[in-house]
Design a protein around this ligand. Structure first.
Ligand SMILES: [Zn+2]
Length: 266
């Protein structure tokens, strides 16, 4: 089986921190050769970059999540988005993320989210890096903003948009990552989406340890083959065939994931 890449694994969380070698080993043993660790606060970004510097099978994304823009864990003395600039050039940073819009709470400061999102998209364009997008109940604004960034490359993580929004996002040449939400009962819209997404626009993730739908406690990148199997089952494909044809990593992350030989730092 072609090695898999978990495009969204929060390996900076406490539950993984003290046993990262075990996490990597256990994931490798199940065929998961590479893991992308997205930041979401200032601290998580620094941690993700540190992990990527220490482990060739880990790569980092740096970005401030829309729900953590004013989180106290971000240093009050500095602007966390300004600080990203100092991290981008470090070894192993291959994307800006996770960034986006999250309107699930009525109290969300939508203006602040849109401003922070655009600043980070500007940075991605400036540095020619792909973005890892988080979008919850914000389809219209997501599309409206992304349309202003011609040529932006990226993944819509844990995709939950309508089919119509996905079609619009496809026109912007974006990729979509599917995770363990598939296992949550009643997700028929997601199942429908998984059946129609083109192989080369679809990627896989666990979003561990925040995965819902997986039984493991905690869930980890080692659960990715279960996601692959579920996706393949919905599409009527063999998992091996599907894994081989999901080659969007190459377009997004270049040589690190090309041929999934993730032992090479580039
Ligand atoms: Zn995440």
């Amino acid at each position: 089986m072609i090695p898999l890449i978990d495009t969204h694994a929060h390996l900076t969380e406490e539950v993984f921190r003290t046993r990262i070698d075990d996490v990597i080993e256990r994931s490798n043993a199940r065929g998961v050769a590479g893991m992308i660790v997205p930041g979401y606060t200032r601290d998580a970004c620094f941690d993700a970059v540190r992990l990527a510097g220490e482990h060739p099978s880990i790569r980092a994304a740096v970005g401030i999540h829309p729900l953590f823009l004013t989180d106290p864990v971000n240093s009050p003395a500095t602007d966390p988005i300004d600080e990203l600039e100092t991290l981008i050039d470090r070894t192993g940073v291959i994307a800006i993320g996770e960034i986006g819009l999250d309107y699930r709470h009525a109290s969300a400061d939508r203006d602040a989210q849109r401003i922070a999102f655009r600043r980070q998209l500007d940075l991605a364009m400036e540095r020619d890096l792909p973005v890892i997008l988080h979008a919850v109940r914000a389809e219209a604004d997501l599309l409206d903003i992304l349309r202003r960034y011609s040529g932006i490359r990226g993944i819509v993580h844990r995709v939950s948009c309508s089919l119509d929004a996905v079609r619009q996002l496809m026109k912007l040449k974006l990729f979509f990552s599917v995770g363990p939400d598939l296992f949550i009962p009643g997700r028929s819209r997601l199942h429908e989406l998984v059946r129609v997404l083109p192989d080369d626009r679809m990627l896989l993730e666990t979003d561990c340890p925040f995965s819902r739908g997986l039984r493991g406690d905690p869930s980890g990148p080692w659960d990715l083959p279960d996601v692959l199997e579920a996706v393949a089952g919905l599409r009527g494909d063999a998992p091996e065939t599907l894994a081989a044809s999901m080659n969007g990593h190459h377009a997004l992350f270049g040589c690190w994931s090309q041929g999934r030989d993730v032992s090479t730092v580039c």
